[in-house]
Design a protein around this ligand. Structure first.
Ligand code: TNX
Length: 522
């Protein structure tokens, strides 16, 4: 609040001095003293002040790292290296990377000043990392002999603390290499959470040492019967570090108590003993009789659940073992416990289950994050719920003070088409698909108690990396701006012009994006 006020006062004061605060590119060209080209930045920064002229950066520069800020230092040096810009202590142009806690731009904010030098300042290494990403977008991707940087002062900070991308690695398995690529890509757009949907009916993707068959058996297939796969704990430890160096937190999801067929196939005793004699209420016709204890390669949802009603000791012991190991691997404040779509015999036991699992999460010193249906349980007010059905009544949770991660399916479910009728895409939430403009039109400010926004890429219909790229990009860039930039700073036409110009950056990252006509990428 105070920060917003300070920013507001600063903006007011600067506007009064005749400085330029309008970020609409067409306005910008008119109002600025020089004919600067509109900046191609996504997400749009909070405040851009244009100054006269350009700074010419040559093939060398004097890099001055003032403090111990390893992640932004690494990112800056990698950027310079990619452009073949050498460090030279005697160069007349310097790039300063420095901590400054007087900026009033929060933990993630930064200032990027380009005058006769380039000065990146922030209160944290994270803020500096974002300053580097902005600089990266201002520079081309190909090395040249001279770079013309517009003189300016950018002061920037995100509106929301949670800016997420979810990958469903359970329905189809994705390699560690792909996850690393994805981290590098979303980092350019200042996204800061990578939510891994690690378990579902079709696959259990994380090694659990106390229940080893979860991964070796539960991870041995995927939708349509591929070989599946799982991540070892060591690989995930390494990925946690890799993500952290990109200011991205991995959020592990163990989907409970439903979406657990892979676990049940590995350990049949987790299901109710009578399960093979009953038909799940949601009529997944392909899962009856012995199939209710077997691996599953189809795409029906809601038929599986752990048997809390008859075997509470076994089930809660299992959950505790799993979450203890998960908490050991992932340092995140929040553990995602799933909680969606329990549509079988265990529906009645669901609220009490959620209450108990929140208690287990608390005993591990963590907070609970769960899909919206978990509002049926008595969970702590410090929990987060992930809102996914556009019209879900979440008021009981809001009254408790619980905050929301917004993933309303008709705006953020990227397994839906980039356009109406895209082959292979899901349509259940929005028949016309979810085009870029639709994603961009989400207004998080219209919801209450929002911590941020997350796009979900479910993978029942996403069998490979290229399809995942096509579904995620360029729409994740829209998610980034919706989560980072305030509503008065968002404008779809301006966004498309800015993003359109960043195509070379996406190409450089090897992204096989959908060639969105509205960006002129056909
Ligand atoms: C709903 S969203 C699901 C997922 C599916 C997805 C397909 C949510 C919590 N559950 O299990 O993969 O729809 O779009």
């Amino acid at each position: 609040m105070i920060r917003t006020l300070i920013l507001f006062l600063t903006l007011g004061a600067l506007a009064a001095c005749g400085m330029h605060t309008n970020n609409d590119p067409s306005q910008m060209a008119k109002a600025t003293p020089t004919q600067h080209k509109a900046l191609s930045l996504v997400p749009q920064p909070a405040f851009v002040e244009h100054r006269l002229g350009y700074l010419n950066l040559s093939t060398s520069v004097n890099v001055k790292i003032r403090h111990d800020t390893p992640d932004s230092e690494y990112a800056l040096l990698a950027l310079l290296d990619s452009l073949n810009i050498k460090q030279d202590k005697n160069d007349s142009v310097a790039i300063y990377l420095q901590l400054d806690d007087s900026l009033g731009l929060g933990d993630e904010g930064y200032q990027l000043l380009i005058d006769n030098n380039v000065t990146l300042s922030a209160a944290t290494d994270t803020g500096l990392f974002y300053a580097v990403q902005t600089l990266r977008q201002l520079l081309p991707v190909k090395a040249s002999t001279e770079y013309k940087l517009p003189k300016l002062n950018i002061r920037d900070e995100p509106q929301y603390a949670w800016r997420g991308s979810m990958l469903d690695v359970a329905r189809n398995f994705f390699s560690i290499d792909y996850l690393k690529q994805h981290i590098e890509r979303i980092a350019l757009f200042k996204l800061n959470k990578l939510h891994l949907h690690l378990t579902d009916d079709q696959g259990w993707r994380i090694e659990i040492k106390s229940w080893p068959k979860l991964a070796t058996v539960g991870g041995s297939t995927q939708v349509n019967g591929g070989v599946g796969g799982y991540y070892t704990q060591e690989q995930m430890h390494d990925l946690v570090k890799f993500a952290a160096r990109h200011q991205i937190e991995l959020i592990p999801e163990i989907d409970l108590p439903g979406h657990t067929q892979a676990a049940i196939a590995a350990y049949n005793e987790l299901a109710c003993d009578s399960v093979i004699f009953s038909q799940p209420q949601n009529k997944c016709d392909d899962v009856v009789g012995p199939q209710r204890l077997a691996l599953y390669e189809g795409t029906c949802v809601g038929f599986s659940a752990l048997c809390t009603s008859e075997k509470p000791d076994l089930v809660y012991g299992f959950v505790e073992d799993v979450l203890r190991e998960i908490a050991h691997i992932f340092p995140s404040k929040y553990l995602h416990i799933g909680g969606d779509e329990v549509l079988n015999e265990e529906a009645a036991a669901f609220p009490a289950f959620i209450t108990e699992v929140d208690r287990i999460v608390a005993s591990l010193g963590r907070e609970t994050l769960a899909w919206e249906e978990a509002s049926a349980g008595d969970i702590r007010a410090s929990s987060l719920l992930q809102f996914w059905n556009d019209d879900y009544d979440i008021s009981s949770a809001l009254e408790k003070g619980i905050h929301l991660v917004l993933s309303p399916c008709s705006f953020t479910y990227l397994d839906h088409g980039n356009y109406n009728g895209q082959p292979g895409a899901y349509t259940w939430c929005r028949a016309e698909g979810i085009p870029l403009q639709r994603v961009y039109s989400l207004v998080p400010e219209n919801y209450k108690q929002v911590i941020g926004v997350e796009a979900a890429m479910w993978s029942e219909a996403v069998p490979n990396d290229a399809t995942a790229d096509n579904r995620n990009w360029p729409r994740l860039a829209a998610i980034s701006e919706v989560a980072w930039s305030t509503q008065n700073n968002r404008d779809y036409d301006a966004f498309t012009r800015r993003l359109s110009a960043l195509r070379a950056h996406l190409d450089q990252l090897g992204i096989e994006y959908y060639k969105e006509p509205q960006l002129g990428w056909e």
